[in-house]
Design a protein around this ligand. Structure first.
Ligand code: URA
Length: 273
């Protein structure tokens, strides 16, 4: 398993505006950083830079404020877990049931918490961070961060139903916003003897399953399950394959890995309006 750490590394691999760099490094607020620049107090590679909008490459350029070296440090931790079924997404369960926190190195990273939640039986990508502000941004509906789910549903899901899901369905907490929906393969169900008998007697009893991918930008409670139930299909299994720009890749189920510097940069980019 790759355990490349991002802690204490810059997460900005690309050019960025100097005032933003200063603000991110904690030198001043964004506005205050602009004032520092126009006052001629900031140098880049030994040259005073007063023009707002000038770009720096955090990895290469030497930025100084009143002669003092300014560096970007990202002291936050970011990791993803491939959540197995049978774990609650919570920091602590009073009833003592298994929680996702048992699967990640929380004691090494005080303040580590899951960003959003996956249901007890849902598997897939769960992001953890110590960066509360970024988590808040990622979950804010304004940013429309896409989450891709693969569901196995009971029965054959028709194109008409998929279209309904794409357009939006009315749930108890309101109409869902447009989603991407792609129908995959259908497969025969493995039936018990009792189900075989039922299927022979009841023509409406479904003997097939359908794989379907849904990409949604909202994050309501049990949303994917409720959307699919709404169009008449029970969810037999649900997995989150992607969260914004993050994908599970070849991470084994039950394992975690730190995000790479590039992944953190792209994640931050996903919340920039
Ligand atoms: N939608 C659901 O129904 N469950 C999850 O765990 C995540 C999204």
């Amino acid at each position: 398993m790759s355990r490349k750490r991002t802690s204490n590394l810059s997460t900005e691999a690309y050019p960025m505006r100097l005032q933003r760099f200063l603000a991110r490094a904690g030198a001043a607020s964004r506005r205050g950083s602009e004032d520092l620049m126009t006052a001629g107090r900031v140098t880049v590679n030994g040259v005073v830079v007063t023009e707002l909008g000038s770009k720096v490459r955090p990895e290469h350029d030497e930025v100084r404020l009143d002669g003092r070296l300014i560096t970007l440090r990202d002291s936050h931790t970011f990791l993803i877990l491939y959540k197995p079924a049978g774990y609650l997404t919570t920091l602590d369960d009073p009833q003592g049931r298994p929680t996702v926190c048992e699967l990640v190195p929380g004691s090494e990273h005080p303040g580590l918490f899951p960003v959003g939640r996956l249901d007890y039986n849902t598997t897939g990508l769960l992001l953890f961070t110590t960066d509360g502000e970024l988590a808040h941004q990622l979950l804010h509906p304004r940013h429309h961060v896409p989450k891709r789910y693969r569901a196995l549903v009971d029965g054959v899901l028709s194109e008409a139903k998929a279209e309904q899901l794409r357009q939006g369905v009315e749930l108890y907490d309101g109409l869902t916003v447009p989603a991407l929906v792609e129908i995959g393969a259908t497969a025969p169900k493995t039936l018990t003897a009792r189900e075989r008998l039922r299927a022979s007697e009841d023509r409406t009893f479904s003997v097939e399953t359908t794989t379907v991918w849904l990409t949604i930008t909202e994050g309501r409670k049990r949303q994917v399950r409720r959307m699919l139930t709404h169009v008449g299909h029970e969810v037999l299994a649900l997995e989150r394959e992607a969260f914004g720009p993050l994908e599970l890749g070849d991470l084994p189920q039950g394992q975690w890995r730190y995000l790479t510097v590039e992944e953190v940069a792209v994640l931050r980019e996903a919340c920039r309006l």
